[in-house]
Design a protein around this ligand. Sequence first.
Ligand code: TRP
Ligand code: SF4
Length: 407
Amino acid sequence: MSNSVAHGGRILSGMRPTGRLHLGHYHGVLRNWIELQQTHECFFFIADWHALTTAYEEREGISQNVWDMAVDWLACGVNPNLATLFIQSRVKEHAELHLLLSMIAPLGWLERVPTYKDQIEQLRERDLATYGFLGYPVLQSADILIYGAAGVPVGEDQVSHVELTRELARRFNHLFGREPGFEDKAEAAIGKMGKKQARLYRELRRRYQEAGDDEALGEAKALLESQQNLTVADSARLAGYLDGGGRTVLAEPQALLTRAPRMPGLDGRKMSKSYGNAISLREPDAQIEHKIRTMPTDPARVRRTDPGEPDKCPVFDLHRVYSDTDTRQWVETGCRSAGIGCLDCKKPLIDAVKAEVGPIRQRAEALEDDPEQVRQIVADGGERARDVARDTMREVRAAIGLDYRQR
Ligand code: TRP
Ligand code: SF4
């Protein structure tokens, strides 16, 4: 991970419901979540609205995919006693925040998000010229900001979305983080400081705002701290007045880059359902065996007596994930000297993958037999998520002026 979030910082992440998960999801994402849930408050959700942004016609699949994904998460060890698991569309507040953020999201920012053009290029057969698709990262920003998440574990491709989230939070706070009459109140507070000190404060503020002089900012903050005759509220106002911002209503999250290595698929490319090179988390033993036995090897090793080169072999890529140094050493020596055959080489991998997938598959089967348990877990998670989301939305509405309290 690129940086650690202090204990106590909330973690949030989501996955689009694309159906049953495979070993790439497990090694790339879920193992990381399972570790994080031990030390942090974690919210994990199924991003079903996001699935609609690129596949709005595929109504039949979506509900099956959502339940399959919930089962796979639980079967892998995402623990509902440690983490809050829920379905995005069950927490309507995400939609409200998405709408409000869309009011202040500049089109230019959205069009410049790298995934926007990439996806349009890659998914040419889909109609992505929709309002919803352009707003994909705005919805994602709402997902994150509504829980005040400190850390968002994501892959490389999602970092730009977290960056946009930070920019939207900053823009929101700048526009709405100020109480009504903020400037007048700040000016009145300056008046309470005494002539000389007030002149100094204005001078430092000007230096910071006009020239970005950080030293001036530091001095101004120190000046405020030394003021005995300012109330706490006035002091906070004047601190906010320095950089032109106001209160922080929406907190800026950090992207936590998952440090897991890329999971190789059966053909050496990245494991992906669309490449047909994946082993599913519920793959039966016989299938695991078949898939690994028929994996391509170093093409130069045609006969058993030909020496091979592990660095040119997708099987060895899997050994890097599953085998200890001794086994890898055994492969390297045996392959280069033609001392072992490719099936010998694959045997420990077949065993390792079976040992990993077996218990996951069994837990998934048990959960499939008890759908009520899964439904209950996701319903409880939804309740907990809504409690937090509701509080944030109360603040957000008040900041914008949509709370319509009696005057
Ligand atoms: N866009 C993410 C993906 O495709 C899924 C997602 C939606 C997400 N909302 C999120 C991830 C919020 C992290 C935080 O993988
Ligand atoms: Fe690949 Fe192993 Fe065969 Fe070498 S022995 S070519 S590493 S499968």
